[in-house]
Design a protein. Structure first.
Length: 230
């Protein structure tokens, strides 16, 4: 998706506050269009915009109630991951309109925003952030806590693009518009503000090329296929 498509998608989306309610009723209650489970105590799934009035108007018919929610006026749901041919670990947050390639691995706490693309065999490690519209190629490793800047706004901004076989070290930051060449290695903690050629190692703040990628570096940064098997 380009930036304007994402902006229109979010702008036109119905903003929802989904809730889950556990209700112990004194008298039967009509929950409108919400989904209701149970014949005694009820579990109710719906939008607070509708259910708030129902709860208020039926206060005398409710013996006890617990209401859970995790967002407010949300425009973008989380991606339905049930049928993805990838490994998605608990606690990863992946929004709609994200592409996840085959045998990719998304670790705990990773955040992938709308419009991002993750290539096959790529691992997004713990706590990494892949911002809106960022593109990550195949067989990459984005280290724990790394940030690939997102560019949904302004619409004219250029997204981060990472080509195949790139390793981004832990806590590195890739600024918007940066293009990382194939096979490059970004050292842990680097702040990358300019394009990186292929098959080089960069480090520092701001990141600079410190050497060409050699056999020793290749061995130290090799990916483990067993981690990507399903």
């Amino acid at each position: 998706m380009n930036a304007q498509e994402i902006i229109q998608f979010i702008g036109n989306a119905e903003k929802k506050t989904p809730v889950r309610m556990f209700v112990k009723e004194k008298n039967p209650i009509d929950y409108g269009s919400a989904r209701v489970f149970g014949t005694g105590d009820k579990i109710v799934f719906g939008d607070w915009k509708e259910l708030s009035g129902i709860v208020r108007d039926n206060a005398d018919s409710i013996e006890d109630i617990v209401i859970e929610n995790d967002c407010r006026n949300s425009a973008v749901h989380l991606l339905d991951i049930k049928d993805l041919h990838a490994r998605i670990e608990p606690g990863a947050f992946i929004r709609e309109r994200v592409e996840i390639g085959k045998n990719a691995v998304i670790m705990m706490g990773a955040v992938i925003n709308i419009g991002a693309v993750i290539g096959h065999g790529t691992m997004i490690d713990m706590g990494a952030v892949v911002g809106g519209r960022a593109e990550v190629g195949c067989n990459c490793h984005i280290g724990a806590g790394a940030v690939l800047a997102g560019v949904v706004e302004p619409a004219s901004a250029v997204p981060v693009v990472i080509e195949d076989d790139v390793l981004v070290g832990a806590n590195a930051v890739i600024i918007e518009g940066v293009h990382i060449g194939r096979g490059a290695v970004i050292a842990a903690g680097a702040i990358v503000t300019e394009d990186v050629p292929e098959n080089v190692v960069v480090a520092g703040c701001p990141a600079k090329v410190i050497k060409q990628k050699d056999e020793k570096t290749t061995m130290k940064t090799a990916l483990e296929s067993a981690l990507r098997s399903l």
